[in-house]
Write a protein of this length. Structure first.
Length: 477
């Protein structure tokens, strides 16, 4: 626990009270507190989801009756068991986390409602959602919460005089098989929505357009700025792009969209997956574009007079590269994540940068206002808060320590002599656990917590019998 002093607790109470009284929606399609009150009182909204993002990148929380939310939860808040940040993917409690255990009684965490995030959930009847930070009941932010990690890096950037902007490009597979049918069939013999490579294919997109169109329009109504949809290389693989924003807004939108795409596919008897590598063909990525601006909106990465990158931009890139191997656990948080990293796969293997070079893990694109770096390491299964935290923390570390940018890789980075990204979760776990930089920028509590997360995943995987083993060994061993 992280108890506050009396002065800090008073300041925290005052902050919570002020947020309860007012909000500043991110755009005019999102709701103010007063608009939510009016919608609940009129019956336009009768359910309010309060949600936070867990370690696995999933939205968790409660669906609160609208009237009760106005009468109680809006002012008094709500709680959830702290085991929700100490479970495996199957929601089983596991030992070894310092923040929660049977020995400490599995206490509560408090939802710290971010009232700037109130949005309608258009694909659900009369429902709104509010995303939340998490506080200890004794006071103070829950440091290991993914949103807390990203907020801390956002605040660090602001202290240095910068606003961090990011966009996530999230690919997924669409199947004409329901989630229930997929489960009952052990996720074998699924029917992809396309039967061939539909990268940039209008015909391929039109085949899936009823679902894609529904997602695009619904996400717009929910307050997101939708750019486009396009086909990708794997069978049934597609991508919907959204406009960049500040890093926390981008992560909030990312997890809302991911949840919504699954639910909207399910409503049609289809399914989508954001696994990094669901089969032996092309994996699904989550390329992250990031840049810094001054707090006044001025350019930080580009010298307009000279028409080139600024030294600060080079330091930022150098920091992302210098920390990439040690922070890979935050970019690739699952066993399956590492199956993407293969030569010639459009997923990177080399810790290298290049100008508009898709064989590198860091690709520089744009100029002037659009100058930005693309991190090609994360897969679609990445937790956006953790991945954005790693990228921003690494870049800020590079700025603070004035790291020199290594030479650019020209040509095929897969064949270069650059260091390789970790190719297994076990390797990434060792690098993260032993990282002095990770302890410096995230804190020991965070490093210990997510190292144990990796230990749990590795232990469970090593104890599992895979279908590959059965196929190879059932008759022939």
């Amino acid at each position: 626990m992280n108890p506050l002093t009396a002065d800090e607790a008073h300041a925290d109470d005052t902050h919570q009270e002020s947020r309860t009284m007012t909000s500043h929606p991110r755009n005019d399609r999102m709701l103010t507190v007063e608009q939510l009150r009016e919608a609940v009182r009129s019956g336009e909204i009768d359910s309010v989801i309060v949600a936070f993002t867990d370690m696995q990148g999933r939205l968790q929380g409660k669906v609160i009756h609208g009237r009760f939310f106005l009468d109680s939860a809006l002012e008094s808040g709500s709680e959830a068991c702290n085991y929700l940040l100490a479970v495996d993917t199957d929601m089983r409690t596991v030992d070894g986390y310092s923040m929660t255990s049977w020995d400490t009684g599995y206490g509560d965490m408090e939802f710290d409602l971010d009232l700037d995030t109130i949005r309608r959930v258009p694909y659900l009847e009369r429902t709104a959602m509010i995303q939340s930070d998490l506080d200890y009941t004794s006071g103070g932010r829950v440091a290991v919460s993914p949103r807390s990690l990203l907020r801390a890096q956002q605040e660090k950037a602001a202290e240095l005089g910068y606003r961090a902007l990011a966009g996530t490009e999230l690919e997924f597979m669409v199947y004409n098989t329901s989630y229930e049918e997929a489960h009952d069939g052990h996720y074998l013999n699924l029917t992809p929505a396309n039967q061939y490579n539909v990268d940039y294919s209008i015909l391929g997109s039109m085949r899936v357009e009823p679902l894609l169109r529904d997602i695009r329009n619904t996400m717009y109504d929910a307050g997101m700025i939708v750019e486009s949809a396009k086909g990708e290389c794997n069978f049934g693989q597609h991508e919907i792009a959204f406009r960049y924003d500040d890093v926390v807004t981008t992560a909030d939108n990312h997890v809302f969209y991911k949840l919504s795409a699954k639910q909207m596919a399910a409503q049609r008897g289809q399914s989508v997956t954001f696994m990094a590598k669901p089969n032996e063909r092309d994996g699904s990525s989550c390329h992250i574009h990031m840049s810094l601006r001054g707090l006044d909106g001025g350019l930080a990465f580009w010298d307009a007079e000279e028409g080139r990158r600024t030294p600060l931009y080079d330091h930022f890139i150098a920091g992302v590269l210098a920390t990439m191997r040690e922070f890979t656990l935050f970019y690739a948080p699952n066993i399956n994540s590492y199956k993407r990293f293969a030569k010639g796969s459009f997923a990177p293997t080399a810790v290298a940068w290049g100008l508009d070079n898709r064989s590198c893990s860091v690709r520089l694109v744009g100029a002037g206002q659009s100058a930005r770096m693309e991190n090609r390491l994360p897969g679609a299964d990445a937790n956006p808060y953790l991945a954005l935290s790693a990228m921003l923390a690494g870049g800020l570390y590079g700025i603070e320590h004035r790291l020199e940018l290594p030479p650019m890789v020209e040509g095929n980075a897969y064949d270069s002599d650059a260091e390789h990204v970790p190719h297994t979760m076990a390797e990434a776990r060792e690098l993260f656990a032993g990282s002095a930089i990770a302890r410096e920028v995230f804190g020991q509590e965070v490093v210990d917590h997510y190292t144990h997360y990796a230990d749990v995943e590795l232990e469970q995987f090593n104890a599992a019998i895979t279908d590959w083993e059965v196929r190879r060994g059932f008759e022939r061993h």
